[in-house]
Design a protein around this ligand. Structure first.
Ligand code: ZN
Length: 153
């Protein structure tokens, strides 16, 4: 009886198996590289987004001064609140808003894309609404001073 080792089909069979294994390995490498590239691209985009979101302390100061520390939608300011009751202004939280959201390409290094908003208007604006849309929604139940410098554009 002939040993299976001497089977004339053995070598071709091993070759076919080797080729299949090599193909499977190459396929997995290609898939891994694609996956890796996707991850790297997502990471780069994240870094780019956080770079564009960043507003320097100096720029924040400049925007606060330019907008007269006044919410550019509802017009509220610390000074106005202080005029109602001394010290009341300390309760107002003013924020620097990206007029065009960072996710839509807006940048924090471009001062024409920055404005002062009160926290309330900023939450409503979020990354989804324009100044005009927020202004139509808000009714804070207090008389506001309307000292907005450059409200809508
Ligand atoms: Zn406001």
């Amino acid at each position: 009886m002939e040993s299976w080792l001497k089977n004339e089909y053995l070598i071709p069979l091993l070759l076919v198996l080797l080729i299949l294994a090599a193909a499977a390995w190459a396929g997995s490498r290609i898939k891994y590289r694609r996956y890796k590239r996707r991850i790297d691209e997502a990471e780069l985009e994240k870094q780019e987004t956080s770079r564009r979101r960043y507003v320097t302390a100096k720029m924040k100061e400049h925007i606060l001064e330019r907008d007269n520390a006044t919410c550019q939608i509802c017009g509220i300011s610390k000074g106005y609140l202080d005029s109602l009751a001394p010290g009341l202004g300390d309760y107002l939280l003013l924020e620097i808003d990206h007029i065009t959201p960072v996710k839509q390409g807006g940048s924090g290094s471009d001062e024409s894309n920055l404005q002062v908003l009160c926290w309330r208007c900023n939450r409503k604006k979020s990354g989804t609404r324009t100044n005009e849309e927020v202004a139509e929604m808000i009714d804070y139940g207090i008389e506001l001073p309307h000292k907005r410098r450059r409200l809508f554009r």
